[in-house]
Design a protein around this ligand. Structure first.
Ligand code: ADP
Ligand code: MG
Length: 618
């Protein structure tokens, strides 16, 4: 393309959609566009610094790594320049004309839910926030590669943009924001200074405003706790996380052994993934002696800690470690383990010291802990200790922990019992709970779809096995109870059981008489090694073959229905058969097993008409 020709291009549809919203619907927090442009400048400088480690031939190599901002009240502009990596023609189109990731969609959805625009940077579309205040934006740039073009990109944010060649652009990018009349305030030095101090104080490169240094570049994480105020922590959190809320937890520590670590970690106020944002990239940056190694290091922390924000600085890392070699470095693995442990211990302490705040944390972030329980066997015990749930020994909303459960265990009790169901009431009314209740055994209640899976992978806690209370193979001692006088005798029971075994042979593995039931006549128990209801649903959803699971039945010989069934068994075998099958279907349903609904209602209709006929006849 010749120097005089101007290239005109359309924005990608997603960008147009985004700009539409930015220009017409975002009315608050407009000032954050300055933070976003500074953050991009800082990223570009960071990338240049990394490039310089390996590339010798860098354009304008002598330029300092700094950000310069200038304001011009007469022209109504604010200009943000950096000497970073800059962009080539193709990169301008790629980076400022299209959106490579799903940022827009998630951002638009969040806006529709009424979120504030300040989160725009978290969605990887921060550049466009300039259009909250600009009538047009120019980007002058030259890539770090020598021999490239000096370019000018320009757009009014409507439908497209132009790119043409200019002369004398230095390495990096210079963004000129032409302010709309009503937003002239952003061309005022004092106003802009306040904004930089507020949002960009911790940028790792000098930020100069009209020739004067504004930011302090403090590596807070290297200071000792007593030297840092709450306000500074908060500012730093908001800076690193592109956030406006307060950190929920702040964990600041240093260690010398086994590794030299300075860490400043934050749990955000809210869980961004709850807003429908996809999995977030790692949010804890890795530094070595104040030098940024990687802003989003994979593998530094387990994936399930992706909600954390902050900084980890380790002197033990070689400065020139590449991102590729980092992931499989033994050192990083060690860091991962030590940091994860420290953080979980920290949570444990928070839970002890302030259970109420911990509940608030838990209600937002428990998904991650549960994910960790399944994904990281080495941290299982600590994670299990952080679980909270209601149980048959807690009142209403009050929750307890596995440690609490262990403390309350009865003498001689060897197992931790739990049940998973839609809610507490449903679990308490179901057939599985009553036997434990009657014996004063605590049952932990879990109500999330993932819980079955999580508890199953946990298996035990502090040497005590976790056992689902709806499984066969739990030995409960007999306790005398109501209805004992009406109970079938041993011989009657044996006879009934032996008949049921032959009558229900096609439905269940076997039928036994048992002591666990109180109010229900019959219960279906899953074999210990069978996949549970949730697991089967998951397998089916993934198109896997679901193994046929047959349950075992346990009947309650104290129940009046069993009494009647035993009598019918001789006098009216056919009717007894129908009743037994109905009871079985209901027991199987309660156990979450597949039952043919058509057969059940057909059987029920037959049974009812038979009974009614009999009544009419008698
Ligand atoms: P993000 O910074 O999250 O990637 P942005 O919308 O802020 O999203 O920026 C989009 C892209 O534009 C950046 O990823 C980068 O490639 C490019 N870019 C923006 N500003 C600059 C700059 N000052 N120098 C070089 N590239 C830039
Ligand atoms: Mg950005």
């Amino acid at each position: 393309m010749s120097k005089t020709e101007t290239e005109t291009r359309e924005f990608h549809a997603e960008v147009r959609q985004l700009l539409e919203i930015v220009i017409h619907s975002l009315y608050t927090d407009r000032e954050i566009f300055i933070r976003e442009l500074i953050s991009n400048a800082s990223d570009a400088l960071e990338k240049l610094r990394l490039t310089q480690l390996t590339e010798k031939d860098v354009f304008d190599a002598e330029l300092p790594l700094e950000i310069n901002i200038s304001t011009d009240e007469t022209a109504g502009t604010i200009t943000i320049s950096d000497y970073g990596i800059g962009m080539t023609r193709a990169e301008l189109t790629e980076n400022l004309g299209t959106i490579a990731h799903s940022g827009t969609k998630a951002f638009l959805e969040k806006m529709q839910e009424g979120a504030k625009p300040d989160v725009i940077g978290q969605f990887g579309v921060g550049f466009y926030s300039a259009y909250m205040v600009a009538e047009r934006v120019e980007v002058f740039t030259h890539s770090w590669r020598g021999g490239g073009e000096h370019l000018r990109w320009e757009s009014d944010g409507a439908s497209g943009y132009t790119i043409d060649e200019v002369e004398g652009q230095r390495r990096g990018a210079r963004i000129v924001v032409h302010l709309k009349d009503e937003h002239e305030e952003f061309a005022k030095t004092s106003r802009v200074k306040g904004i930089i101090e507020r949002y960009s104080n911790f940028v790792g490169f000098p930020v100069n405003l009209n020739g004067e240094r504004v930011n302090t570049v403090e590596a807070l994480w290297l200071k000792s706790k007593s030297e840092v105020s709450e306000e500074q922590y908060k500012e730093f959190y908001q800076f690193t996380a592109h956030a406006m809320d307060e950190p929920r937890y702040t964990m600041h520590f240093s260690a010398d052994a086994p590794l030299a670590i300075n860490a400043l970690l934050f749990v955000p106020g809210e869980n961004a993934e709850q807003f429908g944002l996809g999995p977030q990239p790692p949010g804890v940056a890795l530094y070595c002696r104040k030098v940024l190694i990687d802003p989003h290091p994979e593998g530094l922390l387990p994936e399930w800690l992706r909600f954390l924000r902050g900084v980890i600085d380790s002197e033990d890392l070689p400065l020139n470690i590449s991102r590729e070699s980092m992931q499989d470095s033994a050192l990083v693995r060690k860091l991962n383990e030590v940091l994860t442990r420290r953080f979980l211990k920290f949570l444990e302490k928070q839970a002890d010291n302030d259970p109420k705040s911990y509940e608030e944390f838990y209600s937002r972030f428990r998904r991650f802990l549960k994910e960790g329980l399944v994904a990281s066997p080495v941290h299982q015990e600590l994670l299990a200790g952080l679980l909270r749930f209601t149980s048959s020994m807690t009142e209403g909303e009050e929750t307890t922990s596995l440690t609490g459960y262990l403390d309350r265990m009865k003498d001689g009790q060897e197992e931790i019992y739990f049940l998973v169901g839609p809610d507490r009431e449903a679990i308490e009314k179901g057939p599985f709970f009553e036997g434990f209740k009657a014996r004063g055994l605590e049952v932990a209640f879990f109500t999330e779809a993932v819980d079955e899976y999580v508890l199953e992978s946990l298996r035990e806690y502090k040497g005590k096995k976790l056992v689902a209370a709806n499984r066969a193979g739990i030995d409960l001692e007999d306790v005398p109870g109501e209805g004992d006088d009406e109970a079938l005798t041993e011989t009657e029971t044996e006879k009934l059981v032996s008949w049921l075994n032959s009558a229900l042979d096609d439905r269940v593995t076997r039928v036994d008489s048992g002591v666990r039931l109180v109010k229900h006549p019959m219960v279906a128990l899953l074999p210990e090694d069978a996949p549970n209801a949730q697991m089967r649903a998951m397998m089916a959803a993934m198109g896997q073959e679901v193994p046929e699971t047959r349950a075992k039945l346990e009947i309650n010989p104290r129940h009046p229905l069993m009494h009647k069934l035993a009598a019918l068994q001789d006098s009216q075998r056919d009717l007894a058969n129908k009743v037994a099958r109905q009871l079985t279907d209901h027991a199987l349903l309660a156990a979450g097993l597949e039952v043919n609904a058509g057969d059940v209602s057909e059987g029920m209709a037959e049974l009812l008409s038979e009974l009614l006929e009999e009544r009419a006849g008698s």
